[in-house]
Design a binder for this molecule. Sequence first.
Ligand code: ARG
Length: 466
Amino acid sequence: MSEKKTSNQMWGGRFASGPDAVMEAINASIGFDRKLYAQDIKGSLAHSAMLAEKGIISAEDQSKIAHGLNTILGEIESGDFAFSARLEDIHMNIEARLAELIGPAAGRLHTARSRNDQVAVDFRLWVKEELTRTAEALKGLIAAFLARAEEHAATVMPGFTHLQTAQPVTFGHHCMAYVEMFGRDLSRVRDAIERLDESPLGAAALAGTGFAIDRQMTAAALGFREPTRNSIDSVSDRDFALEFLSLAAICGAHLSRLAEEIVIWSTPQFGFVRLSDAFSTGSSIMPQKKNPDAAELIRAKTGRVNGNLVALLTVMKGLPLAYSKDMQEDKEAVFDTAETLDLMLAAMTGMVSDMHIDKAALKKAAGAGYSTATDLADWLVRALGMPFREAHHVTGRAVALAEEKKCGLEKLALEDLRSIHPEITEDVYSVLSVTNSVKSRTSFGGTAPAEVRRQIRYWKKRLAKA
Ligand code: ARG
């Protein structure tokens, strides 16, 4: 490795030779941080405009810089820009090209700035834009669920605990459970944007700068609420990336649970839903199959999303303040999660909107497994004044009898029920049907169709403002 390498054009002063090839390979981030080009140029435009406004650079140099940066933006967007690993990252690739285009004026752009605040501002801008996309995607998914919930506010289905039939609920109610979950995800996105909305530009390397810069001005130009308040924290903080990865992991958990339900529901054994052709696949050998691949992949991709969160938490956990090069490893996890989450949300929205709900199968399943046993116990409490614990025992005996007779609770004859408890009357049948069972659950947030419709109205209003 004795071959003479050209020294770096950005910090060549102290360096007699350039880096070894392996050094260049481990050091370069241009392979992935080129994604930040638009944010980098935006940040540089705001910075140079402020430098000119404050008389730190001349108006003439500023106009050359702005013109050069806009030319570079065009080159990158049309695929005409030659990225170089020798120039390490997006910041130096752009600055080097600027020097080629406009000459010495390019060297003035980096006044009162460091790559440390530069990368922090670029990455914040990128994550903020991604969070805005995530919010829109979540709103789309919530809207899809609200439409299905409205259609099926009164469609009965079995509710499960331990994946064992528990009590009848409505499909609309089940949909609204997901609306609550994705609604919380959406509010986490909004919170994350709120906390991230500060501009680190002007923190420079870590200590701020002696130049008379105006950080309020650059913060406003970049659409941030205000500048960050501590220059050390400004270049050390990656909480905003961790928050994005965390909320993505939580949202991923919700998507994965739903994906799992879709996998189960779409089996011939359950037959609750049928996926559309657009959101399922066939088998190359078994002609009868319709596979829920999108749901399975959503379930699986959650693993990557979780891994990305753990990866960045691990990168950050031992770093002394302020910047360390370790932090360059913050980007791939975030880019990967963003792309993955966007795809997961889009695929889930498509599946939910398109899937056929088999009302008859849901109704049949809703009545199986003695799902109205609790209704019987409640009736005994209300009609006969029985303590609930005793009612539980009496109902247990009724279930055992129905099991013995291989019929549903509602099919037991009155004399059979009376053999268990003599005071039971004809009126008990009014609570043993699944339809009456769900209708009776009118407590706030309960499964009664009227209550489900109330929650749908609430969410429609809330979504319009979200
Ligand atoms: N490519 C670097 C990163 O992503 C930019 C910041 C470099 N700063 C430094 N002091 N070497 O973190």
